[in-house]
Design a protein around this ligand. Structure first.
Ligand code: SF4
Length: 347
């Protein structure tokens, strides 16, 4: 398969240019076309000679891919489906992933996928249920930014789509570099949030090397109960994740939040609110309560709205900033936990 240029650094693009017989400065030209002008094909790169473009075409792909379908919610949320070729233990697997654009007043936030499927197996998640089909390449991660209709007007990005970003750390860290580098998309890290269930070794790397915001999917403060919903708890307990997070400074520009999906009779009692308070006490953070969107054949039910309200107030009374996150795009299955990359006969 031909190599894709999207996701390469200026040095790597310079090497690619030289291999294609172009002068060294063509590396910078390529970076501009890929990351500033968001070219979708070599023919758009008009300051590169025709001969040079033909040579590039023979050796490389740009790496952009148009979505195979788009659906729009009554609330303006738009869900894009992309075909991807994933690497899975050295084998290439064809799959599909989704990216969701969520408009909100003057913001347009892109919810980005990092894997096709997921191997973390959280019991309440549609993506987890479909199993793992492979890691997205850097090009497939960045293509979601380049190929949505709102590419030029996106204001924020959250890595909260399909997959666990820290389970694909090498490609995610490169994508974050391209997104925030002056030679790349030049986004401020303040515009980007990475959400994780807490893959500890890579969480440390993320916290050390990036200034993007962090969201931790917590969902239950009691270890045994959390493990029953999220097998990851066994390998990387939430208490250790919080202990690590406490070592970093979140009192300034960088923020940490804890995501808490509410399941009726499972994690919505006042003892959960109090234990959550004890776990997070003294940490500069916010808790986002998320309404559960029921998935087929799941024993879980969403907590009623008044229960969520009381839970929020209890945390607020403890001094923890807590909000109930508005649900978006439910009618097109774009809301939290519903992304499945539906195509052909799969799920
Ligand atoms: Fe994977 Fe996130 Fe779903 Fe858990 S909630 S299975 S980590 S996509």
């Amino acid at each position: 398969m031909m190599e894709k240029l999207l996701g390469k650094t200026p040095d790597e693009l310079k090497r690619a240019a030289l291999e294609a017989g172009l002068p060294p400065f063509a590396g910078k030209q390529l970076a501009r076309w890929l990351y500033v002008r968001k070219a979708r094909g070599f023919d758009e790169m008009t300051d590169i000679s025709k001969e040079g473009r033909e040579s590039l075409k023979r050796m490389y792909l740009v790496g952009t891919e148009a979505p195979s379908s788009v659906s729009e919610s009554s609330d303006g949320t738009r869900k894009y489906l992309f075909g991807v070729s994933c690497d899975r233990n050295g084998r290439t697997e064809e799959s599909a992933i989704e990216a969701v654009m969520i408009p909100d007043e003057d913001r347009k936030t892109l919810c980005v996928s990092s894997q096709a499927g997921c191997r973390m197996g959280c019991l309440f998640c549609m993506t987890g249920r479909q199993g793992f089909h492979g890691n997205l390449s850097v090009a497939d991660i960045l293509n979601q930014f380049v190929s949505v209709d709102e590419s030029d007007s996106l204001t924020n990005a959250v890595f909260m789509g399909m997959g666990e970003p820290l389970d694909n750390w090498d490609n995610i860290s490169r994508a974050l570099e391209v997104l925030t580098a002056p030679w790349g998309f030049a986004w401020s890290p303040k515009r980007i949030t990475l959400s994780t269930i807490g893959v500890l070794p890579n969480l440390k790397k993320f916290l050390d090397t990036s200034r993007c915001h962090l969201a931790v999917s917590l969902h239950n403060p009691f270890p045994g109960e959390r493990e029953a919903m999220m097998p990851v708890q066994k390998a990387w307990p939430a208490e250790e994740v919080v202990r690590l997070v406490r070592k970093y400074d979140f009192s300034g520009q960088r923020r940490v939040s804890f995501e808490y999906t509410m399941f009726s009779g499972i994690n919505d009692d006042k003892v959960h609110a109090d234990a959550l308070y004890r776990l997070l006490r003294g940490l500069e953070c916010r808790v986002n309560l998320i309404r559960f969107h029921k998935i087929p054949d799941s024993p879980y039910e969403p907590s009623p709205a008044p229960v969520m309200q009381r839970f929020m107030e209890r945390l607020n009374n403890h001094g923890i900033t807590c909000t109930i996150r508005a649900s978006r795009g439910e009618d097109i299955e774009a809301a939290c936990g519903l992304l499945a990359g539906k195509h052909k006969d799969r799920l």
